[in-house]
Design a protein around this ligand. Structure first.
Ligand code: ZN
Length: 415
């Protein structure tokens, strides 16, 4: 089924609907807070800028254009609810603690029962399920005796049992502006301009405070009981990992991403086995949120420069190509941790001071910081690891001098 042939501009004054429910971000009771409605089946209900599914909204539009997806389809949410109850926690009703996801985006038919049953097309932005992980390095860890089969966390066939949680981005724009220390009006104008004018309501509808940005999602894997995450007396091992498809999935050896990720998983499982809980958060922010095309260009520029791929020029090459060293905005990252009511991390697997500072600044205590064991670093990734250490990333060992960094070289481009 197709929409009307004429186009209705979302910025037109007749698009301000009396029927749409207000959102009071940070209010404790979900019915008083109000659901975020970004669906398009009844545009009179909409109270957010953009639409659901993050970047996949564009594929949905293609399906509709091709005629294979009905514009009136409403998801049947029967039996889709979480196998584990999550929250609510005090952080859910603190308008400053969570600004980039909607804590009430989980289990819509429960939290917004009356509205859902009255026919409001409220869509989940969070979903929880359970899974078994089969990872070759974990099998090796078991064979080497570093991880034991216990039949609960690690099963007889060496699978690891996890609960996994998917989050779509939901931005409360005043909170995003405050977190990044920019003016909300400026933020809205620049988001509009720099996406080629994608959402006019950013500038024409200042009354709409919530945006569903067309960006990647986040997935959390939990080892042990998810309800223990909010109990600071229970040991928590955590890694906050930013996507690196080349290493994470394909085993590319230029960086330490997959070894670090898998080491985090191994340690998270071990923590769960001794009565604690483990959490791996996986953020879709490929190549420091600059994208893979930029990343591959940087790899080439690093390997072709005079003197070869050197730890001493590691960060500089990224800025030359991308215009900025990093665009991950770790300030927003802890929101995911606050969703689970986390107040204390006993073991944080990360060398990044940006991540550490963001977590601590958000009010979460960090006891130990864990860096990757030297034997897990691939040879070509020595450039990255030494450059990071020298730049002040967390490292309990020695840091190389500028002169020494020039001697840490990666493979040439043609090898
Ligand atoms: Zn990587």
């Amino acid at each position: 089924m197709k929409r009307a042939a004429h186009v209705i501009l979302t910025s037109h004054s007749s698009q301000v609907f009396k029927d749409s429910l207000p959102i009071h971000w940070g209010v404790k009771n979900p019915m008083h807070r109000g659901p975020v409605i970004g669906s398009l089946t009844d545009i009179k209900q909409r109270n957010a800028i953009g639409t659901h599914s993050g970047s996949y909204a564009v594929y949905r539009a293609l399906s509709i254009a091709q005629g294979s997806y009905s514009t009136t389809h409403k998801p049947d949410l029967h039996n889709t609810d979480s196998p584990v109850r999550m929250g609510p926690f005090p952080s859910w009703s603190d308008p400053d603690k969570i600004v980039s996801i909607d804590p009430w985006g989980l289990d819509i038919p429960i939290h917004f029962k009356d509205l859902y049953e009255a026919g409001y097309d409220i869509r989940p932005t969070i979903a929880v399920t359970q899974a078994h992980l089969q990872i070759p390095e974990i099998h090796q860890a078991i064979d080497a005796g570093r991880l034991k089969v216990d039949g609960k966390v690690v099963l007889e066939n060496k699978d690891i049992k996890v609960t996994k949680v998917a989050f779509e981005p939901v931005w409360y724009l005043p909170g995003i502006a405050k977190r990044l220390n920019v003016d909300e009006g400026d933020l809205r104008k620049i988001l509009f301009q720099e996406t080629g004018g994608m959402f006019p309501e950013l500038v024409t509808r200042p009354d709409l405070k919530v945006m569903l940005p067309p960006i990647g999602s986040t997935t959390v894997y939990i080892f042990g009981n998810p309800q223990d995450l909010s109990n600071e007396k229970i040991e928590l091992t955590c890694r906050v990992h930013d996507e690196c498809n080349g290493s994470d999935v394909f085993g590319s050896d230029i960086c330490t991403c997959r070894p670090y990720l898998i080491y985090g998983i191994e340690d998270a499982a071990r923590t769960a086995q001794r009565g604690g809980v483990g959490l791996i958060a996986y953020y879709r922010k490929e190549g420091r949120a600059l994208g893979e095309v930029t990343k591959f260009l940087v790899y080439n520029a690093r390997k072709r420069q005079v003197g070869g791929d050197s730890a001493s020029t590691y960060f500089h090459r990224t800025e030359c190509v991308a215009g900025v060293e990093d665009a991950r905005f770790q300030e927003l990252m802890p929101d995911i941790l606050h969703f689970f009511g986390i107040t204390k991390i006993h073991n944080l697997h990360s060398m990044s001071n940006m991540k550490y500072n963001a977590i601590v600044k958000s009010g979460i205590e960090v006891v130990n910081r864990i860096s990757i064991p030297a034997e897990l670093i691939p040879a070509d990734a020595q450039v990255e690891i030494e450059a990071k250490k020298a730049a002040g990333y967390f490292n309990p060992g020695e840091t190389k001098t500028v002169k020494e960094l020039e001697t840490v070289l990666g493979r040439p481009i043609d090898e």
